[in-house]
Design a protein around this ligand. Structure first.
Ligand code: VGL
Ligand code: ZN
Length: 210
């Protein structure tokens, strides 16, 4: 095993590498499974590995099926703001919500489940879509003395981007490993996400630069 290059003040945040987002899944991200070997390798370099898991109750507000007459990928307005509607995905306890079978999960010290409230989505691993309800991850990382966070996983333009931007907002130096992520990319969402991450001060790098 290679030497752990990143110690107690660093964390690798592995975002939503779950069956629903991999080929064959309900909300498959193109090439979603391709990140698995890279992430397994990256995780060997980190003392602190945290996984996130999109984890929705049945009938979740982000599901198009919860809104009669609406289709997946349409946008609607909710009390907390705009919401893209998705196919049912990552239903708590389902096969889709489970991690990709080849993702190495043994060394993860924390699994954060998000989107757990029926009426609020959460792309971000830190703060739900109402922009107020914390998941607890920021407090956890601060308590451990983590100062720098690297992100990889799915999807670049949704859960990775929101989590990276919120990591910056919580004061962490933040890096996104671009080739260890894959995007959904609807209506220019990937370009918008990179722009927003850049403006937030998120650093973008490749896995061979980690
Ligand atoms: C995600 C859409 C809906 C993601 C989660 O992991 O990027 N995208 N739920
Ligand atoms: Zn979701």
């Amino acid at each position: 095993m290679p030497l752990k290059r990143y110690g107690a003040d660093c964390a690798l945040l592995v975002v939503d590498v779950q069956n629903s987002f991999c080929p064959g899944g309900e909300l498959a991200v193109p090439g979603g499974d391709e990140v698995v070997p890279l992430i397994n390798h990256l995780s060997l370099l980190f003392e602190n590995v945290v996984l996130t898991q999109d984890w929705h109750p049945r009938g979740h507000i982000s599901f198009a099926s919860s809104h009669p007459g609406k289709q997946p990928f349409q946008n609607i307005d909710l009390p907390y703001g705009a919401q893209t509607l998705w196919p049912d995905h990552c239903v708590a306890g389902s096969h889709g919500a489970a991690f990709h079978a080849e993702l190495e999960t043994e060394r993860a010290r924390l699994i954060v489940r998000k989107g757990i409230h029926a009426a609020v989505d959460s792309y971000s691993a830190f703060v739900e879509a109402d922009r107020t309800t914390p998941t607890g991850l920021g407090g956890y990382l601060n308590t451990l003395g983590v100062k720098k966070v690297w992100l990889a996983g799915l999807a670049t333009d949704f859960c990775v981007a929101w989590s990276a931007i919120d990591a910056r907002a919580a004061g962490f130096e933040t890096f996104v490993v671009e080739d260890a992520c894959r995007a959904i990319d609807i209506d220019g969402s990937l370009a918008d996400a990179w722009m927003a991450m850049r403006q937030a001060g998120v650093k973008r790098l490749r896995s061979d630069e980690v």
